[in-house]
Structures are given as structure tokens and as C-alpha cells.
Design a protein around this ligand. Structure first.
Ligand code: HEM
Length: 209
């Protein structure tokens, strides 16, 4: 994992688009843990980080705070399912927050090992690859692997706005009432003219007989 954990611009991230240097943007939840009132002197209580299958990893709040580059927060994956953090009842002043973020992953070391191949990863650069990632239906273990490649978040204000769909312009119809009227008259007159002509022809051919 790169030590370069920071807020990146979309443009910078987009430049990392080769097999030797591949960064992806995938939305997820950044979980932060705040510990108000630590000055109150409570010891570093341990608590459990549980995933949906209820496996748990015991950690202390101090571990949690030491791990991140930013103080007081650490990345966990949640993916919009149930919260992954179970708070032990003996930790009353512990608060758990999360924010939705566009997370940046440096998947360069994973290019050769990605079971879906490196081509798909390359094709997911330079854009928000969340839908591409979700459409595949990645397993929980794939999601857990992602933390290894986390290098920061994206400054959402630098993400180009989605191009809104502009429907093709309708062909300009001629709403001229007079031309419509003439067409209607012709539709009526042409059969009459043909009928009249048929009578005339018949009349003359009879005389000749
Ligand atoms: C950090 C990002 C990623 C990680 C860690 C990752 C990991 C994995 C893993 C572990 C698998 C094996 C199947 C599974 O366990 O779900 C997999 C399969 C796959 N991944 Fe990814 N992946 C990532 C991003 C992406 C992206 C962005 C795409 C699409 C553009 C993608 C497309 C695929 C495809 C097509 C397969 C093969 C699915 C199959 O054949 O069943 N992956 N990935």
C-alpha cells in the first residue's frame, strides 16, 4: 500500500492508467471512530470489529487511532450493508460515524493477480468505477482485499459532472395548415378524377362498338 494517503483530484487519479501504474475510484464508506471525552481518563478499552459473518477482530481504540494517517479515523469497509462495528457495551462514549466517499485504490500490485484480468482494471481507470465493480458481484473476500490498496479519497468537487442526456432534437414538422388542406382535397379529388376518366373512356369505346 502506498503511504500516499491523501485527497486526490480526479485529474491526478486519471493519469494513473497503465498496467504499471493503475489507480481506481470506487465509492464506499469511510468509517471513522471518534472518541470524545478521552481526557476523562478511561483506559483503552478493546472492542470488536465484526463483519456480517460475525467473525471478529479484537482491537483497542488506541490501535485504531494509531493506524490511520489521519488521527481519529480508520478505514473500514461497510458497503452499505449492516454496520461492521459492534461496540462493546462497556464503551459508552464511543461513537461510530461513516461517510460515503469516492475512495482511491492503487491496484498496481494486483494487476497480475486480479482474477478478472488486468484489462478490466485498466478499462475502469479515469472514471468512477463503482458500477463496474458492483456489476461483477464481487465477493466479500474481494471487498476485504480492497483495504490493502487504499491510498486516499477523491475531492468530489474535481469529478467532472455527469453529462446529462440531451435527447436528439425532433425533426421540425411543417405545421402549415394550408398544405395539409391541399393534401386532403387531393386525396378526395384524385379518386374522383380517375373514376371520371374511366367513365369517359368507357363512353367512347361503347360508341365505337
Ligand atoms: C480494488 C479493486 C478490486 C479488487 C480487490 C478485485 C478483486 C477481485 C477478486 C478477488 C475476484 C475473484 C472473484 C471474487 O472473489 O469476487 C475478482 C473477479 C473479477 N473482477 Fe475484480 N476486483 C477489483 C476491481 C474490479 C473492477 C473495477 C472490475 C471491473 C471493471 C473488476 C472486474 C472483475 C471481473 C470481471 C472478475 C471476474 C468475475 C468472474 O469471472 O467470475 N474488478 N475481482
Amino acid at each position: 500500500m502506498s503511504s500516499d494517503r491523501k485527497v486526490h483530484t480526479f485529474e491526478d487519479v486519471s493519469k494513473h492508467n497503465s498496467t504499471k501504474d493503475c489507480w481506481l475510484i470506487i465509492s464506499g464508506k469511510l468509517d471513522s471512530v471518534s472518541t470524545p471525552g478521552r481526557q476523562g481518563g478511561w483506559p483503552s478499552p478493546s472492542f470488536s470489529v465484526c463483519d456480517r459473518r460475525r467473525t471478529s477482530v479484537g482491537r483497542t481504540i488506541d490501535d485504531l487511532i494509531r493506524e490511520p494517517q489521519r488521527s481519529g479515523s480508520r478505514l473500514f469497509r461497510d458497503w452499505g450493508r449492516t454496520n461492521q462495528i459492534a461496540i462493546r457495551p462497556n464503551v459508552p462514549r464511543f461513537s461510530y460515524l461513516w461517510t460515503e466517499a469516492h475512495i482511491v485504490y492503487d491496484v498496481t500490485p494486483f494487476m497480475d493477480d486480479h482474477p478478472g484480468g488486468d484489462e478490466v482494471l485498466l478499462s475502469a481507470t479515469g472514471k468512477d468505477a463503482t458500477n463496474d465493480f458492483e456489476d461483477v458481484g464481487h465477493s466479500d473476500s474481494a471487498r476485504e482485499m480492497m483495504d490493502k490498496y487504499y491510498i486516499g479519497e477523491i475531492d468530489v468537487s474535481t469529478v467532472p459532472l455527469k453529462r446529462s442526456y440531451v435527447p436528439p432534437q425532433q425533426a421540425h414538422y411543417n405545421h402549415d395548415k394550408t398544405s395539409e388542406f391541399i393534401i386532403k382535397i387531393l386525396q378526395f379529388l384524385v379518386p374522383l378524377l380517375i373514376l371520371g376518366l374511366a367513365f369517359v373512356v368507357r363512353h367512347y369505346t361503347k360508341k365505337e362498338d
